[in-house]
Design a protein around this ligand. Structure first.
Ligand code: GLU
Length: 308
């Protein structure tokens, strides 16, 4: 797969964005809209846009999904900067981050099963709030089936989302100590994404609103690891009439590799942009040229529903 963007564009600004699809299935209309928002936002700012394949969650991984995703992005005319990064090839970086957290005594091992947590913990807005059962148990090496939890503090994490405005979360009260390495030994999403965004110099994170609840945890991890905090913008996710996010589980089908312009056009109108009718039947290059030039984040709607 080729890396597409010519990096010698000397009008580039200090903007480095990314699209980070998980390899749980092919791209569908909802993921196209998500890729489009981050792409337009980066390109309109004359920034760089990179693609990172999130393939750590082995049990949910679909073989060949990475190639399928990259081929689809290419067929829809996305141009990314530099080589595609695979999380599965970055395990050493996550281990280094764990070592750094360990030096600061910021995590502990936890042997609570899901059942135990469900029995003892209070449900919060983002799942069960881990009550800290294992925090003082001194389990001092990662025993079999122990997860690794980051100690949270009683402090409010605040950030301003470019679309949703001011956000605040108290991790201790709202999530509790959270998992950074799972009991099956796999690195948890929260840790991997923070390490990667920092190593890749990401300055702007643009992604679906289903991930806004994770942002405070990620900012806290950035603070623990002494990383800078990027600018965040979450966008409404494309949902069906039952208000369920379009996904493989809700039956979203893979994007076709013909008739791209009509689909891109539809995605752009979902984003509240006002493309002229002719844009339905131009080349993908001409489509992107128009879309980048006219990108206006302020007209993005607060809901995006697909008709059924
Ligand atoms: N891999 C995640 C997904 O496909 C996105 C992660 C992120 O943007 O932080 O939903």
């Amino acid at each position: 797969m080729k890396s597409r963007k010519n990096s010698s564009d000397n009008s580039a600004t200090n903007y480095r964005g990314r699209f980070a699809p998980s390899t749980t299935g092919p791209l569908h209309f909802g993921s196209l809209v998500s890729a489009m928002v981050s792409y337009l936002d980066a390109r309109a700012a004359k920034g760089e846009w990179i693609v990172r394949i999130e393939d750590l969650d082995v049990p949910r991984l679909i073989k060949g999904a990475d190639t399928w995703i990259l081929n689809t992005l290419e067929a829809y005319g996305f141009e990314w900067h530099g080589p595609v990064v695979y999380q599965s090839q970055r395990i050493q970086h996550y281990s280094n981050a764990l070592a750094q957290l360990s030096q600061q005594d910021l995590f502990y091992y936890c042997q609570c099963s899901r059942k135990q947590i469900a029995r003892h913990a209070r449900p919060g807005a983002f799942g069960y709030i881990y009550p800290g059962n294992c925090r003082n148990k001194q389990i001092d090496s990662p025993v079999k089936a122990a997860s690794t939890r980051l100690k949270t503090d009683d402090l409010n994490i605040c950030f301003t989302d470019r679309f949703y405005g001011n956000q605040q979360q108290n991790l201790l009260a709202e999530t509790g100590d959270f998992i950074i390495r799972r009991a099956d030994g796999l690195i948890a999403y929260q840790l991997a994404v923070v390490v990667d965004d920092a190593d890749q110099g990401i300055t702007h994170i643009v992604r679906g609103s289903d991930l806004i609840e994770s942002t405070a945890r990620q900012i806290y991890l950035q603070q623990c690891l002494h990383y800078p905090t990027p600018d965040y913008m979450h966008h409404p996710v494309v949902a069906d009439r039952q208000m369920e996010k379009l996904s493989k589980q809700t039956g979203a089908s893979a994007l076709p590799t013909t008739g791209q312009c009509q689909i891109l056009y539809r995605a752009l109108t979902f984003l509240g942009q006002k493309p002229p009718d002719e844009l339905k039947s131009v080349t993908v290059d001409a489509f992107w040229h128009w879309a980048i030039e006219h990108w206006n984040v302020n007209t993005m709607p607060t809901k995006m529903l697909v008709p059924q």
